[in-house]
Design a protein around this ligand. Structure first.
Ligand SMILES: C[S@@+](CC[C@H](N)C(=O)[O-])C[C@H]1O[C@@H](n2cnc3c(N)ncnc32)[C@H](O)[C@@H]1O
Length: 228
């Protein structure tokens, strides 16, 4: 497994931080989690085997782990996953597996192997073409009758310490309307529900580089129909 300790090439579709997560605070570098996402996660029926895609250092993973029977937390960044595992209580560790892989490539799982797929804070960074390929993989590994719970950021603003915008190369920059249409189209064969929310400006002081972040976002729950 490759340990990522430098900022990787974003044109390889890898947007990890290139930091040593063992040197960061115990809480997630992305904050404590969005209120609406946590509420939806708590009220959604979650059972069986779930895949937490691009789980990072585990902002939502404990909540998922408390409800699901088993969680595979994945990320391209092994250092983030090591922190996620370290922050997992011993009682929950038997239900957790961590797996390092690139979500823009074929996922290392069999067809129909998960009851649910969870992904936050990540999908909006990828071009429409790459996003489509990720959604094809999500669909492939998800069982019929399974559930997708994702968020999708729009109108993203990132401002660095020096007041200049922090730009991620080739980021698509979805508006809320475009995000809604994109998700509706991508999950057209699913039974979907979408909710809108926002992240008021917050300082991500442990990101690389540190920056102020704000966005609107869509929360999507999509059920894979038995016969689709
Ligand atoms: C903004 S963080 C979100 C982390 C977590 N999902 C959360 O909501 O707190 C984005 C995560 O995506 C991961 N990532 C970026 N590009 C990736 C890729 N191509 N494959 C897998 N993970 C990737 C990063 O390493 C990082 O942990």
């Amino acid at each position: 497994m490759k340990k990522i300790i430098r900022k990787p090439e974003q044109d390889q579709h890898i947007f990890s931080e290139g930091i040593d997560y063992s040197k960061t605070e115990k809480t997630s570098i992305w904050g404590t989690g969005d209120k609406d996402t946590l509420e939806l996660l708590k009220k959604t029926e979650i059972r069986g085997r779930w895949l937490n895609l691009a789980a990072g250092d585990g902002r939502y993973n404990l909540t998922l782990l408390e409800k699901a029977n088993y969680v595979v937390a994945s990320d391209i960044d092994e250092s983030a996953l090591n922190k996620l595992r370290q922050n997992t209580p011993n009682t929950l560790k038997p239900k957790l597996k961590t797996e390092v892989f690139d979500i823009t490539k074929k996922f290392p799982f069999e067809n129909n192997s998960f009851d649910g797929v969870f992904c936050t804070g990540t999908l909006h960074i990828f071009s429409r073409e790459i996003l489509e390929s990720i959604i094809i993989e999500i669909d492939r590994v998800l069982k019929y009758g399974g559930k997708v719970l994702i968020d999708f950021a729009a109108d993203v603003k990132r401002i660095r310490w020096d007041g200049k915008p922090y730009i991620i190369k080739d980021e698509p920059k979805y508006t809320l309307a475009e995000a809604r249409t994109t998700l509706k189209d991508s999950f057209r064969k699913y039974k979907i529900k979408m909710y809108e929310s926002d992240v008021p400006e917050e300082l991500l002081k442990e990101a690389n580089p540190p920056y102020k972040f704000s966005c609107n976002f869509i929360l999507l729950i999509a059920d894979k129909k038995i016969n689709c």
